[in-house]
Design a protein around this ligand. Structure first.
Ligand code: NDP
Length: 342
């Protein structure tokens, strides 16, 4: 679309993700454009605004944010703040009459998620959670292939997502801002993937947590989580996440006649899907030719389309609420040592 017909986005919170991925992602977008910034650091925001051709008067701070209601260029507000701040700014954006795209995890409690959904409903605005992998072509290929039963019934899903969280001085390690450790931050990709691959909702979860007692980084939040989900069809998912490993990022699906292996499944790029499947009495290894695309551009274009065509996004607030309820069940299971029925 030409610039004057694109949907205008305001980016709230100019941290790593916003500056290094989302703003550059507009370059690959077809339907979205950045038109406003919201930041606590006026100097930084001014520089970034000039880089992206954003008007100086469309730069807000957290106090003046509500004035965005009077900016008709802004149709969507994209919340890229620490997790515990999502709720306040989603609700304020809705009250300003703007559609809202909110980063994952949606919030830090299921009651907050419900308040956010209600606020957007009441204001008559759309709410989408930024589950970028659900818009990524390798994930969509995998989802379609297993759901069509290209190689028989699905039995097992396995996924691991993790990284070294890094230095101690960051909001991710402060429970009041993050809501938890590796589970809501990176484990949520595995959890969400198990749900969109199966197209089902789990009926039982079991989880274990391990956190090194002497690492001062993990005084408030957990390091590693291993969790299992049982789905109504009988599919089992074995999922794990950690803040103390070197690049764990694999997604696998085992069906009656195939093994789907996606390497680099959860990073911003580099996905590779291999399918080893039965063919007669032997096996074939196939690497489908799937185009790499900017995940942030795809996700923003999806929401822009929903706004222009008045459609419900593929990953609405309810999708974030469901993951948050499962995160809470996973913590409960780890705490009690018991499986939790849902
Ligand atoms: P950063 O810490 O890099 O950035 C967060 C920004 O929020 C800060 O730069 C700051 O922006 C603003 N902010 C306002 N108040 C605070 C505060 N009290 N403490 C810290 N920052 C504050 O975080 P990320 O960019 O890595 O993460 C932001 C969100 O995006 C999180 O919800 C995270 O889960 C999600 N995320 C999603 C990813 C994905 O792939 N979808 C990947 C990475 C993160 P300013 O200086 O402009 O005020």
């Amino acid at each position: 679309l030409p610039p004057d017909r694109r949907v205008g986005f305001a980016i709230v919170g100019l941290g790593h993700l916003a500056v290094q991925q989302i703003l550059p992602g507009f370059g690959s977008s077809r339907k979205a454009k950045p038109v406003a910034l919201v930041s606590g650091r006026a100097d930084k925001a001014r520089v970034i605004a000039s880089q992206y051709g954003i008007k100086p008067e469309a730069v807000y701070d957290y106090e003046s944010f509500d004035r965005i209601a009077q900016n008709p260029d802004v149709k969507v507000v994209y919340i890229v703040l620490p997790n515990a701040m999502h709720k306040e700014f989603v609700i304020r954006a809705a009250k300003a009459g703007k559609h809202v795209l909110c980063e994952k995890p949606m919030a830090t409690s299921s009651s907050d998620c419900r308040e956010m959904i209600d606020a957007c409903d009441k204001a008559g605005v759309k709410l989408m959670i930024a589950y970028r992998c659900q818009y990524e072509p390798h994930h969509r290929y995998l989802m379609d292939s297993v759901r069509k039963k290209d190689f028989g019934e699905m039995r097992l899903v396995r996924a691991v997502n993790g990284q070294d969280v890094g230095a101690i001085d960051q909001w991710r390690l402060r429970k009041a801002l993050s809501g938890g450790g590796s589970l809501p931050d990176v484990g949520i990709y595995c959890l969400n993937a198990a749900r969109y691959i199966t197209g089902e909702e789990p009926v039982e979860v079991f989880a274990q947590i391990s956190t090194p007692p002497n690492d001062p980084r993990f005084k408030e939040v957990e390091e590693s989580v291993s969790f299992q989900l049982r789905f109504p069809s009988g599919v089992l998912a074995e999922l794990s996440c950690s803040y103390g490993v070197h690049r764990a990022q694999t997604l696998e699906v085992h069906t009656a006649e195939a093994h789907y292996l996606m390497e680099h499944a959860f990073p911003y790029k580099g996905q590779r899907l291999q399918i080893s499947h039965k063919i007669g009495k032997s096996d074939a290894d196939v690497v489908p030719n799937i185009e790499q695309q900017d995940q942030f551009a795809l996700e923003m274009d999806h929401f822009a389309t929903c706004v222009m065509e008045n459609r419900v996004p593929r990953t609405p607030g309810e999708e974030g609420l469901q993951d948050q309820m499962l995160v809470e069940a996973i913590y409960q299971s780890a705490r009690t040592g018991q499986a939790v029925k849902l």
